[in-house]
Design a protein around this ligand. Sequence first.
Ligand code: CAA
Length: 384
Amino acid sequence: MKIGIDKIGFYVPKDYIDIVELAKARNVDPNKFTIGIGQDKQAVPQPYQDAVTMAASSADSILTDDDKKDLGLLIVGTESSVDESKSTAAFLMDLLDLPEDIRAFEIKQACYGATAGLQTAYDFVSQNPDKKALVIATDIARYGIKTPGEVTQGAGSVAMIISQNPRVLKLDHKSVYMTRNVGDFWRPTFSKTAFARGKFSNEVYVDFFKTLWDKYQTKYDATAADFSTMLFHIPYTKMGTKALRTLEGHVSDEKYAELTEHYQASIKFSREVGNLYTGSLYLGLLSYLVNAAKANEELLLFSYGSGAVGELYSGEIQPGFEKVIDQDAIMNLLNNREKMSISDYEKMYEIEYSDGTIVDPATVDAKFYLSEIKENERLYKKQN
Ligand code: CAA
C-alpha cells in the first residue's frame, strides 16, 4: 500500500521584520545575517496568535469536509504549546469543526515533533487504510531581543494530511533514527525564550546527519546517486548548508552541484519566514515542491530535534503533485505581508496577555485568534 503526504498547507503571520534592518539595529554587518546565517525576513506573530491559532490556520488551508469525515488521527508537533496539560490538538477540535471520533494529541521533542507525528501517522494509516491523519507542525521560535539567537527566530505552521494513495509524497518506509541525551538547546517551563548552545548544536546536528547517512546507506544499500534532492531541518538556512557540505568530495561533483541547486530551492521560503522549529523541514519540503520539484523525484529528508533526536527517511514525489498544492495561496500569503519596524517589533515582543484579557476583534487581522483569557483558560475564536 502506498502511504504518504496527500496534502500540505502552510500559514505564516502577516507581519515580518527585515533582517538587514535587524542587523543595523544590532550594529552587526548585514552580510553576517544574510550570508553568514542565511536569512532575509523573520515572521513576527501578534500577541493574539500562538501555536494554536497558527495550527488552525495551516490546517484550515487544506482541510475539506470529506477529509474531516475520514480523519482518525490528529497530531500536533510543537515546542511552543500554551498549556502544560491540554494538548494543542484538543483546542483545534472546535476551531476546525472536527468530528469527535478521532484520536488527538500533541508531541513534543524540540524540532523533531512533526516527524514523530508523520511516522506515527504512517503506522496509523497502514493499520486503518480507509482513514486519514492530520499532522500539524506549529511553533514560535524565540530567543530574546539582542541575543545571538535573535536572528534565528520565526513563526508559522505547516499542516499535512497523511493517507493511502498520497498525491504529494509517497513515503518509502525506509528510515533510520537515533537519540542521544544532549544539552544543545532547552526551554525550561518558566521561560518564554529558549536557551541554546548554538555552535555546539550545529556540531551535534552535523554529526547526527553524518551518522544517519552512513546508517541509511548501509541499511538500504543506498548511495547519493539514488537521490536528486536532500532536504534538511533548517532553523536558519546556513545550518542545512553545513550538513550538505559534509558530502562535498564524497559524492561526484555533478551530484553535489545538483544537490546544492535543489537545496537552494528548498530554502527560499525559510529565508523569507525564519525558524518554524519542527515545521522547518516541512517548510523546506513545501518550498522545494513549489519552486523546483519534478514528479518521481526521490527525496531524502533529515529531521533533527535538539535534545536530541534525528531521523533520516526517504520519499518519492508523486505525479500531479503540483495540482494538489495551492501555489497561488501560498505565494499570496508570503508576498502580501507587512513589514514591521524594529522598534515596533521590540515593543510587541514585551506584550504578554494575562488573566482577564479580552481581545477586541476589530484589532485582529487573522482568521483564528486568542479572544480571551478567563480564569487562566485560553479561549479562541474564528472570524471570517
Ligand atoms: N559576512 C558574512 N558572513 C559572516 C560575517 C560577515 N560580515 N560575519 C560572520 N559571518 C559568518 C560566520 O563566519 C559564521 O559562519 P559559519 O557558521 O559558516 O562559520 C556565521 O556568520 C555566524 O557567525 P557566528 O558563528 O560568529 O555567529 P554567532 O556567534 O552570532 O552565532 C548562532 C550564530 C550560533 C547560529 C546563533 O545565532 C544561535 O545561537 N542561534 C540559536 C541556536 C540555534 O538556532 N540552534 C539551531 C539548532 S537547534 C534547533 O533547531 C532547535 C530545536 O531542535 C528546537
